[in-house]
Structures are given as C-alpha cells and as structure tokens.
Unconditional design. Structure first.
Length: 174
C-alpha cells in the first residue's frame, strides 16, 4: 500500500471547436487545445489508489445547463454531467480528498484573454468530447507555466461566417 496524492482528468478532444466558439465570443486567447480538460479528482491528501480502474474510452456530453463563469483567476465553461459527478463521488468514496464545496464540472478556457462582459457570452452549445481518464500525482505547479493561444490569429472573418452558418443549419435540423 502506497499512499499518494491523485489527479484525474479527461482531456477535451475537440478543443478546436471550443477555440472557434471562444474566438466568436470575443476571447483574445485561450488555453492550448492539448491543455483543455475536465478535472475529476484533485486529492492533495495521499491515499492508496493503486486498485482504482482508469475509465477508458471517450465521454461525449451534449446539451444540458451551461454557463461561462469566473472561477478564481480563470474563465471557465461550466456544464452538467451526471456521469462525471458519479465518477467524482466514486473517487471520493475510495478516499480522494476534495478542497471545494461539491463537484462542478468545467473546462478552463482562459486566464487572461476573456472579453470584459462575461454576461454577454453565449455558452458553447456544441458537444464536449473527452478522451480517456489520465491518472497522475498532484502537481501543485502545473498551471504556473501554461501559455495561451492567440485566437485572433486562428479565426478570420470568412471562417467565422462559415461556422455561424453551420451552427444555424445544425440547430434547424434538431
């Protein structure tokens, strides 16, 4: 039995879609696509997690309540997911600690590139597609060296118009 801290996340595999949405909403920059994720466990308190199974496969979340909010220094896309909440509770029941009141799944979008009026942002309504869980020990300095991708360079006016038209067509089909 080896007690260790535990960090579990699922990477967002369609980060380019989130970047396109963020640019359309006025974000100047966002975390790089390969840093976008949802955290499921962040246990600073060591415990024996050697027998916990990694949940493989992808997890697709569509619809549900979503909002864009400030969380500490970060701007996040908050969303609902009973599967993630159940997994979080299972990890808590296995011994993982949690320093926050309850579990509120979210993807951090940006620390410094958000538009000034968050209440005018329409939350991303496309699918959130997450990859398999990643297990690691907690790295307290993990956020200290993350840069941001400039979104204005990634999206021009013609691309933006095409994205808006595509989303309108998709909504009409529903």
């Amino acid at each position: 039995m080896v007690a260790r801290s535990l960090y579990v996340c699922r990477p967002l595999t369609n980060g380019a879609d989130l970047h396109e949405w963020a640019a359309l909403q006025g974000f100047k920059s966002a975390l790089p696509s390969d840093d976008l994720h949802v955290t499921i466990a962040f246990s600073r308190e060591p415990f024996d997690w050697s027998k916990l199974a990694n949940k493989g496969g992808s997890l697709r979340i569509e619809g549900g309540n979503r909002s864009v909010e400030r969380l500490g220094d970060a701007i996040v896309l908050r969303f609902a997911s009973s599967k993630l909440k159940e997994r979080w509770q299972g990890l808590r029941n296995a011994g993982a600690s949690w320093d926050y009141p309850g579990y509120k799944p979210h993807v951090t979008i940006s620390y410094k590139g958000a538009p000034p009026a968050l209440d005018s942002i329409e939350p991303y309504d496309g699918p959130l597609v997450f990859g398999a869980e990643r297990f690691a020990e907690v790295d307290e300095d993990a956020d200290s060296d993350i840069g941001e991708t400039q979104l204005s360079e990634r999206l021009n006016v013609k691309q933006a118009a095409g994205i808006v038209a595509k989303r309108r067509r998709a909504k009409r089909k529903v």
